[in-house]
Design a protein around this ligand. Structure first.
Ligand code: CP3
Length: 344
């Protein structure tokens, strides 16, 4: 295995600032790329694409070939864990995910205790293919959803604007809800370890819906399960590099960093720069945080926003990224403009 010192992305996670920040984009393989749409059309459904190792590897590599990013992220989804737990998971075109709702204690009593990782073999195969094809200087990121965020989809059965169904369930039936979280913690630890074994060089834990919780619930349902995952992974792989993305955590980011032990946090575009520098970047690496809408906009507004992001964070350990996933309508030329602006 090539040493991590050869990868600028991993070097930042190890605490070494890079003069030119390494960069990648959340959702960098996706519908804004014509070559993705072409593969997606021939794969069938979205999950068919995730579970086809050759095609999943191909779409993972597409943004690397086109843009030369410093990291590839394996093409998959956070909802493959409920799928491996035997839940029904479907993706309807234009509607997002559909799961069988898990919204009362009687249903939770039937939840499998362990994931069937045989069902996720294609993801591990895809990781091996990608790692084999990637330049050693480019990092490969594996990922999972944080238990809270995965649970919001499992409970409601679909996406919602404020995750009211999961919040209600956590208030009404904390024991049943805790069981869902516990199962997700255990399966996420194993899943992340298997991704490392298959060739992932770093891991990201996506907690897209962390920001809808009051502080006490954030501590219980978002921070503590993430802490347990980090601890569980490091028990087997002590130097595992882990990025947390508690979207919308705001003033709670320093507490999240301290409690979880992540090597980096991905921040959204609402983060206050001086606060982040003093309270977060002083301790761990920071990744982010361009507003995906300014990437759609392009032009002088994009240049200004890129310059601002660099001025805010590039003096410290920093990975340039968006504050959330790239939107399908983003022009490719704007991604190229952003790359040129960051790399000079
Ligand atoms: O970043 C990458 O390029 C890697 C692939 C990746 C996908 N989903 C592919 C995907 C990753 C890291 C995810 C994570 C994910 N999935 C999250 C957390 C990060 C975030 O974006 O908030 C969440 C909440 C999900 C669940 C999910 N998957 C939703 C809500 C949707 C529907 C919304 C949408 O954008 O269509 C998906 C589908 C999905 N996952 C697509 C992709 C490329 C679009 C499906 C398609 O191509 O038809």
């Amino acid at each position: 295995m090539p040493q991590s010192a050869t990868k600028p992305f991993i070097d930042v996670l190890s605490g070494q600032r890079q003069a030119v920040p390494p960069m990648w984009m959340m959702r960098q393989a996706g519908r804004y790329l014509p070559e993705y749409r072409e593969v997606r059309a021939k794969a069938g459904g979205f999950l068919d694409l995730c579970f086809n190792p050759e095609l999943a590897a191909e779409v993972t590599l597409q943004p690397i070939r086109r843009f030369g990013f410093d990291a590839a992220i394996i093409f998959s989804d956070i909802l493959v864990i409920p799928y491996a737990l035997g839940r029904s998971v479907r993706f309807e075109v234009g509607e997002g995910p559909r799961l069988e709702p898990l919204d009362d204690p009687a249903k939770v009593a039937t939840l499998a205790a362990h994931a069937d990782f045989g069902k996720l073999n294609p993801v591990f195969e895809a990781l091996k293919l990608v790692r084999g094809a990637l330049d050693p200087k480019i990092a490969l990121i594996g990922f999972c959803g944080a238990p809270w965020t995965v649970a919001t989809y499992m409970v409601a059965g679909h996406g919602t604007p404020d995750q009211a169904p999961a919040r209600m369930m956590a208030y009404r039936h904390p024991e049943a809800f805790a069981k869902i979280i516990d199962v997700l913690v255990e399966s996420s630890i194993d899943y992340l370890l298997k991704q490392l074994a298959a060739g992932a060089n770093a891991l990201q834990i996506f907690d897209t819906w962390a920001g809808v919780l009051p502080p006490a619930e954030f501590a219980r349902w978002s921070v503590e399960p993430t802490r347990r995952i980090v601890e569980g992974v490091r028990k087997k792989v002590p130097d595992a590099k882990i990025i947390g993305f508690p979207r919308g955590a705001g003033a709670q980011l320093p507490g999240y960093v301290e409690a979880t032990g992540v090597n980096a946090v991905s921040i959204d575009w609402t983060a206050e720069p001086a606060f982040i520098r003093e309270r977060v970047q002083s301790r761990v690496a920071v990744q982010g945080n361009l507003d995906p809408l300014v990437l759609i906009t392009g032009g002088a507004a994009l240049d200004r926003a890129v310059d601002n992001t660099l001025a805010n964070f590039a003096q410290g350990r920093f990975i340039f990224n968006l504050g959330h996933g790239i939107q399908p309508e983003t022009p490719i030329a704007h991604v190229e403009q952003m790359l040129k602006r960051v790399r000079g």
